[in-house]
Write a protein of this length. Structure first.
Length: 220
């Protein structure tokens, strides 16, 4: 039996998809901002000379990077309340994605830190800068410039990971698509439109990151 495409039902619910996309972006932005802070702290710990700082950071990265994010999401939402820790759907997902992104960003930032010539921090010490001033004014700007290509890929990947929030009924883009499927039975049309929204958003994010790379690149 032939199947006739009919997008009318999907277009009638397109505002729900856009609302879901907006929430997906919000989840990604909030999680990544927190994840950047976690990643920076862990990256400096990973490159520290002190084992007391390096070992916990290594353990955190190893454990989180080897666990599926869906397992972490389900654990946070269903298991933590049994231990007395209760979070809302959105809060628990943002917390999980932030912790998850922090582990991946830590490795990105660590590579950036290791790429900085050792002579630059030493030059900062020579002119009287404190270690914190060296990190803020010399190390971190150069590190961010070096890791932008890898950071772009990580950010796009983390945005796509927001689709897993549908597993705990967070009304982001994938959840709204599943809801439309149930209501209209236009499965093919719904996923075509949703796929287009994901592709368009990821393409826009990649273009913005490439623009940032060009703006921050060193003139030759």
């Amino acid at each position: 039996m032939g199947y006739t495409l009919n997008f009318a039902a999907v277009w009638r619910s397109f505002d729900q998809l856009l609302a879901g996309l907006a929430l997906s972006l919000g989840l990604a932005v909030g999680s990544i901002l927190i994840g950047v802070v976690i990643g920076l702290v862990v990256a400096f710990a990973l490159t520290s000379r002190h084992r007391v700082a390096r070992w916990p950071a290594t353990l955190y990265v190893t454990i989180i990077r080897n666990l599926p994010i869906l397992v972490l999401v389900l654990f946070a939402y269903f298991a933590l309340p049994q231990m007395g820790v209760r979070l809302g759907k959105i809060e628990s997902f943002v917390a999980v994605l932030a912790i998850y992104s922090g582990a991946y960003l830590a490795e990105v930032f660590r590579a950036g830190l290791l790429s900085i010539p050792k002579g630059l921090p030493e030059a900062g010490l020579a002119i009287g800068l404190t270690p914190m001033q060296i990190r803020l004014s010399i190390v971190m700007p150069l590190m961010f410039r070096n890791v932008l290509p890898s950071l772009s890929s990580t950010i796009i990947s983390l945005f796509k990971d927001t689709s897993l929030a549908a597993a705990i009924a967070v009304p982001e883009l994938t959840f709204e698509a599943r809801k439309i499927n149930v209501e209209t039975f236009r499965v093919i049309e719904t996923w075509i439109v949703v796929s287009g929204l994901y592709v368009a958003t990821c393409t826009l994010l990649a273009a913005l990151m490439r623009l940032a790379e060009r703006r921050l690149s060193v003139p030759r």
